[in-house]
Design a protein. Structure first.
Length: 580
């Protein structure tokens, strides 16, 4: 065995980067540039013994560049070859740790990316910046995966087993990087009728309780009035006082009858509420919820986590609406100093809450450009103050459409007010397409061409989804724990951020091309590392056979320039030209 075999303090990345001059383009330099080890060191306190969490996570970041998709593959492929037996569980434990704040780690890498760009004048851009929100489907194959459900895929139009991944990304004028994300499951809509029936009975009971309270108060007044008229009639039994006494008695009896009917009705409504609750409970127990039946839901993995852990917060987040999570991400990004010129969303995320949030953030200087559904939602026209559905606005103004030769499109610009917020609506019809699309913006000074150019930036998040799934195995994690799913997605996003930085430097390459070059180089480096290791093992065996001091022989070989030069020739000569 070679003498440095059991040096557990060195990670595989440190072993790969044995010569910084020859391996300048290796992933070791990437991690050094992003100071990933320093960021990961904040989690080392979570582990008392064994290999540090920072070393384990650093290794996980580099795996895809070796073509390694799983930890099991890492153990069996012989990439590192440095006593990895028994370490598999250590990697799994790191990914399954609910106390690791993966959101914080991703944000640290994002801020480091922005710092590196801002401190290199050659990489800076004057183009508009934007925060982009969109979701994608992460397909899974195991029904036992924690909190997995059937989700609707808008591309294929069918429901598949997996998660919905909502991503917040930042476009800095040249590059797209993921900033934040949330993982969601979908409850489904078959149980909606039971929920509606339950809420309907609750509202009816509340209304009836209000009515009973009003009738009780009225009855008390009429009883007091009846006592007053009774006293007057007894003191002065005239026909007038007798008539008033009779009238007050009739009113009291009538109110008392209404009160009795209201109490009978509320008892009936409470019975209906109980029936609705039992029906909903039966559906939860026996029906299809989250696209899974009761047996499948009970078989799902369910990890007990501390209510104060980050994993618990992520689990609660999976049942929140995506719009609420979008608003939370937007607030966190701005709070961390990521202040864009625009927020770009499609029609699924356009809502008043988003407009109101942008009015509050950064003194309202962040503008929205969004696709809007051409539906019956009402807006107020700025021209005449009339309120009408968006669909009707198109019908009225369709004859006033203008043509843009540059984009080969027709458009209609309509200034309006939506729930007190001023917007410009742009109805757009591209080429020979017969369908009108609707764009809305809070930046009232934007021209049609400019708004189209900025909104096209949103395509960068689609490219991110494609590249991450194809090269970084974004949706390939099949671990049963929700924490491991979050960890795997975060690691993929960190890898994409690093590749984005090197793509920025090597502007002539795509992410895919850069990934293939790095992967090819690392495979070559790994092959050479293993050949050198085998060479040293062979020398050690020969030394033991002939009673030669192996360590002394190593020192002598390194001191000899001729032998050292021959060994240096074994290292790969081809390097990626990466200019800082």
């Amino acid at each position: 065995m070679q003498h440095n075999k059991n040096n557990n303090k060195n990670s595989e990345l440190e072993i790969i980067g044995t010569n910084s001059e020859q391996l300048a383009s290796s992933l070791t330099s990437v991690i050094e540039k992003f100071q990933l080890k320093r960021h990961l060191a904040i989690f080392d306190d979570l582990k008392d013994k064994g290999q540090a969490v920072s070393s384990l996570l650093s290794i996980l970041v580099v795996l895809p560049f070796y073509g390694v998709t799983t930890i099991h593959r890492l153990m069996s492929c012989g990439i590192n070859g440095y006593d990895v037996e028994g370490k598999k569980q250590v990697y799994y434990d790191a990914k399954n740790n609910e106390h690791i704040d993966w959101r914080k780690l991703l944000m640290l890498c994002v801020k480091r990316f922005i710092y590196l760009i801002n401190h290199n004048s050659a990489l800076q851009s004057d183009n508009p910046t934007a925060l982009i929100f969109d979701d994608t489907v992460l397909k899974k194959t195991g029904r036992k995966i924690e909190r997995v459900s059937r989700v609707h895929d808008h591309v294929s139009g069918i429901c598949i087993l997996g998660y919905k991944l909502l991503v917040c990304g930042f476009w800095d004028g040249e590059s797209f990087i993921p900033v934040d994300f949330s993982l969601h499951r979908e409850r489904g809509n078959k149980h909606e009728k039971y929920i509606k029936a339950y809420h309907k009975s609750e509202k009816a009971i509340t209304k009836q309780e209000t009515k009973i309270a009003s009738l009780t108060k009225s009855l008390q007044k009429k009883q007091a009035s009846h006592l007053k008229h009774t006293s007057r009639y007894e003191q002065n039994p005239t026909n007038t006082n007798k008539k008033k006494l009779t009238q007050s008695s009739e009113k009291q009896a009538k109110t008392n009858q209404k009160l009795s009917q209201a109490k009978t009705e509320i008892n009936h409504l409470k019975g209906e509420k109980t029936k609705a609750y039992n029906a909903l409970k039966r559906y939860y127990n026996k029906g299809t919820l989250f696209g899974l039946n009761q047996k499948e839901r009970q078989a799902q993995f369910n990890k007990a986590v501390s209510t104060k852990s980050h994993g618990f917060k992520r689990r609660k987040e999976s049942d929140k609406s995506k719009k609420d999570c979008m608003l939370d991400m937007l607030g966190r990004a701005v709070k961390k100093g990521i202040i864009p010129d625009y927020v770009l969303v499609d029609s699924w995320f356009f809502c008043y809450d988003l407009l109101a949030k942008l009015q509050q953030l950064h003194k309202g200087r962040i503008h929205l450009i969004a696709m809007v559904k051409n539906s019956n939602q009402k807006v107020q026209l700025s021209k005449n103050g009339k309120e009408m559905p968006v669909r009707n606005i198109l019908k009225i103004n369709e004859s006033k459409a203008r043509r843009c030769r540059k984009l080969k499109a027709q458009y209609i610009k309509v200034p309006c007010i939506y729930q007190g917020i001023r917007l410009n609506l742009f109805f757009v019809r591209m080429g020979r397409c017969k369908t009108w699309r609707l764009l809305a913006t809070t930046n009232l000074s934007l021209s049609f061409i400019k708004i189209m150019e900025i909104y096209q930036i949103r395509w960068s998040i689609e490219v991110f989804f494609k590249d991450s799934k194809q090269y970084l195995h974004l949706s390939d994690c099949q671990s049963n724990t929700f924490d491991a799913q979050i960890a795997d997605i975060t690691i993929s996003m960190i890898q994409y951020t690093m590749l984005g930085y090197f793509k920025r430097i090597n502007y002539q390459q795509t992410i895919g091309g850069l990934f293939e070059n790095l992967a090819r180089e690392l495979e070559e480096i790994d092959l050479v590392s293993r050949l050198i290791a085998m060479f040293w093992e062979l020398i050690e065996i020969v030394c033991n056979l002939y009673s030669i001091d192996f360590i002394e022989l190593q020192y002598d070989m390194i001191r000899e320039d001729t032998i050292l030069n021959k060994m240096m020739q074994l290292l790969p000569k081809k390097e990626l030209k990466l200019s800082a």
